[in-house]
Write a protein that binds this ligand. Sequence first.
Ligand SMILES: [Zn+2]
Length: 102
Amino acid sequence: MKVPDILSPNCDCSRGESMTVEHVLLNCPKWSTEREELIHPLRTTDIKKILTSKRGAKAAIRMIQRTKILDQFKRVVDQDIEQRPRDENREEGEEARTKEEE
Ligand SMILES: [Zn+2]
């Protein structure tokens, strides 16, 4: 499997921002499901507070791992993601959001 060497590409959401930690954790519309699950319980949107607290850092790492993993998967097994039954909730949400953003 070929994994491209990506430094800081623009996020492929409609905001056109760089795919930074802050963008993915706090702003990216693609990851609002993960954000609700991992970041909202921290009760802060201050990126410094999140990354400097133990709980926040753990949540941030989990979220980044998910986004990277999914991003790579998308390139390789695009159809497979659409067919994964356990993702049915997020698939619907993502599709709705994508349409809204365009
Ligand atoms: Zn984004």
